[in-house]
Design a protein around this ligand. Structure first.
Ligand code: PLP
Length: 463
């Protein structure tokens, strides 16, 4: 194998080094024994390249590269700041110009009174920070028994201990012995296609929202601290809630005085055709978690936005906030995030998704509904899912161990295309810079991949 384009040495030797030494996130280490890691060497625009392949990245990395890869302005912003101020912390009353400017910018674009900003390095850290601040808020309010967080099935909020407990998949708790009891209660997801049966999507959305109220009444409103939700449940299925769901959730939270947390780690920065998912779905949270699209993945940076009224309570006592990270508000990451926001604005990417590419993606993907493997197609802005069904009438799924979606995603790579399998759902979260021609490539490639896998299933008598 040839030399690595980035000058780290022979690619084959690097793959071997990776196999030996790199313990990968969300990877079965055994799978790397039989197949070496796919080495991504470079990326530009909406394409990634590695090992001689060039593929259209319909996942924007992990739903984060909103402005596309390899932008010179971003590299310049990073290198200028690195030369000027490579690092300084923001503890104990110190700040830096980029962090100050970014906090002001975020407050300006955020919905409602989300005007106070705490910086972290990842979505998990942002949500972890919110959990601590929620507990602190209720202690300050003289209601320390409000401890329980309500989360939903199929949610993903992070990988730290506390955020893992929020996740709506027991597979993320069990290996680590993570306890949810006394901390987190899970309620229904508004996953209409999977669980809605004969109900209309709207009626099912109301029923899913009602499961929150039922849980509140079951355990007692005075023991509940907050409800957390992703405007669209991203990682575990790109679950787009039915119309009316979010306003109803907000009504329920307000009725019982429960704080609302919007996890906008994926939905932030234009993905749904508005700056934030709350604007698309019509609700206003008390806390908002941001990461991914905040820097388009060019630097690790995340932010927590806090409503004024709550921030006032949190800062009402002369007491040091016993929380923070060495690299909170890192000047280089902050400068890069500012440049990223400037690019999204200057290029009108949010309205482009709302008016042009979002509707085009929806129309094109709808053609796949006729495919014998496809049960449902759903999309909102530049976020979409193709859900497979063994039986379209009954919505019966293929057994998970058939790994049908993984096979489709693999076949899609053969078509020069990256999509992400999650159970029986294929997820797409492309860069907001996707043009019509990229959407055409995506839908064409996915169609061929579906055909190939369907033919293989038929051959084995499984379809
Ligand atoms: N919240 C949501 C909605 C996410 O999708 C993710 C990651 O995919 C996270 C939080 C965690 O973010 P990170 O991986 O940056 O810790």
């Amino acid at each position: 194998m040839g030399k690595s384009a980035t000058g780290f040495g022979d690619l084959g030797a690097l793959q071997e080094a990776d196999r030996r030494h790199h313990y990968h996130p969300f990877t079965d280490p055994k799978a790397l024994v039989s197949a070496p890691p796919f080495m991504v060497e470079r990326a530009e625009g909406v394409f990634i390249e590695g090992q001689g392949l060039r593929v259209l990245d319909a996942m924007a990395g992990l739903g984060c590269v909103n402005i596309g890869y390899g932008r010179r302005e971003m590299a310049d912003a990073a290198s200028e700041m690195m030369r000027e101020l490579s690092f300084y912390h923001c503890f104990a009353g110190v700040s830096n110009p980029a962090a100050a400017a970014l906090s002001e910018r975020l407050a300006a674009i955020a919905p409602g009174d989300l005007n106070r900003v705490f910086f972290a390095n990842s979505g998990s850290e942002a949500n972890e920070t919110i959990i601590k601040l929620v507990h602190m808020y209720w202690r300050r309010m003289g209601q320390p028994d409000r401890k329980i967080l309500i989360s939903r099935d199929f949610s993903y909020h992070g990988s730290t201990v506390a955020t893992s407990a929020l996740n709506g998949l027991t597979a993320m708790h069990e290996p680590f012995g993570i306890e949810t009891k006394g901390h987190v209660e899970h309620v229904d997801s508004p996953f209409w296609y999977r669980f809605g049966g004969d109900m209309s999507p709207e009626a099912f959305g109301m029923q899913a929202a009602a499961s929150i109220e039922a849980k509140i009444l079951e355990i007692g409103p005075d023991s509940i601290a907050a409800f957390i939700g992703e405007p669209i449940q991203a990682t575990l299925g790109a679950i787009i809630p039915p119309e009316g769901y979010w306003p109803e959730v907000e009504r329920i939270c307000r009725k019982y005085g429960i704080l609302m947390i919007a996890d906008e780690v994926v939905t932030g920065f234009g993905r749904t055709g508005s700056w934030f998912g709350q604007q698309t779905f019509g609700f206003q949270a008390d806390f908002m978690a941001l990461a991914k699209g905040l820097s388009s993945g060019y630097q690790p940076i995340a932010a927590v936005l806090i409503k004024d009224e709550i921030a006032d309570v949190l800062s009402s006592k002369p007491e040091v906030l016993q929380h923070g990270f060495t690299t909170s508000a890192h000047p280089v990451a902050a400068a890069v995030a500012l440049k990223n926001i400037e690019i999204i604005e200057d290029e009108g990417l949010v309205t482009r998704v709302a008016d042009l590419t979002g509707p085009y993606l929806a129309t094109k993907l709808a053609n796949l509904l006729a495919h014998p493997l496809v049960g449902e197609v759903r999309s909102c802005g530049m976020m979409a899912a193709v859900e497979l069904a063994k039986n379209k009438e009954t919505r019966e799924q293929y057994p998970i161990d058939y790994a049908v979606c993984s096979h489709v995603a693999q076949a899609a790579i053969g078509q020069g295309l990256i999509v992400r399998p999650a159970g029986n759902v294929l997820i797409m979260c492309p860069p907001l810079t996707f043009r019509r021609e990229h959407i055409d490539m995506l839908v064409r490639g996915l169609g061929v991949a579906l055909d190939q896998v369907y033919a293989a299933l038929k051959e084995q008598g499984l379809a």
